[in-house]
Design a protein around this ligand. Structure first.
Ligand SMILES: O=C(O)C(=O)C[C@H](O)[C@H](O)COP(=O)(O)O
Length: 215
């Protein structure tokens, strides 16, 4: 069985900003800055009360943004996210009931895994691209390289602990399509409304080279 494939979305940018929005207005401004910097894919974490509303506002007001929902930890968040305009879904981990519900979603999903067993379970369910989370503490680039041998068909979008210092080594792996991270939208810059800084960080990230998608 094959499920909707996130690869065509991830082809758009090497970095998926993982953003936590304090308000709807900040979410829209943040999305505009990220798009301006060249990062159209935006994962809005469902960690703040305004997250769904902010996602809907981004979908309506920032037409070049491709907004998705992150921190999808419970099945009931799937339809709510899609109703709010999410075009992809991301989960930090994947207990069986959540994995089964995500496998029914009509949009591409990147379910989270951190071990070979979790990756194999999700792959057997038909998910073609997995989030590796928390990437750095779970084993980082070494883990991704190790998984490439026995699981050559799997592709990853690692997230957690990735930043300017190590992003290049992740994107050099052919089984990594893109990485996720919050470093392009630092909380302080969001709070201060420093959209120029965020656009500049996004611009630098958008130019990163990926082994999986030769430019
Ligand atoms: O909220 C979720 O769904 C998550 O899975 C966690 C995020 O992906 C990480 O918090 C981003 O990691 P950092 O770039 O290290 O900040």
């Amino acid at each position: 069985m094959s499920l909707p494939d996130p690869s065509f979305l991830l082809a758009r940018a090497p970095v998926v900003p993982v953003v936590t929005v304090p308000s709807v207005t900040a979410g829209v401004k943040l999305a505009q800055a990220l798009v301006e910097g060249g990062l159209p894919l935006i994962e809005v974490t469902l960690r703040t009360p305004v997250a769904l509303e902010a996602m809907a506002a981004i979908a309506a007001e920032v037409p070049d943004a491709i907004v998705g929902a992150g921190t999808v930890t419970r099945p009931e968040l799937i339809q709510k996210s899609i109703d709010a305009g999410a075009r992809f879904l991301v989960s930090p981990g994947c207990p069986p009931a959540l994995a089964e519900a995500l496998a029914e979603a009509p949009v591409p999903v990147m379910p989270g895994c951190a071990t070979a067993t979790e990756a194999m379970t999700l792959h057997a369910m038909g998910f073609p691209v997995l989030k590796l989370f928390p990437a750095e503490s779970a084993g980082g680039v070494a883990l991704i390289k190790s998984l490439a041998g026995p699981l050559p068909d799997l592709r990853f979008c690692p997230t957690g602990g990735i930043g300017p210092a190590n992003v290049g080594s992740y994107l050099a792996q052919p089984n990594i399509l893109a990485v996720g991270g919050s470093w392009v939208a630092p909380g302080e810059a969001v709070t201060m409304g420093d959209w120029e800084q965020i656009a500049a960080l996004a611009k630098a990230a958008s130019k990163l080279h990926r082994a999986a998608f030769p430019l």
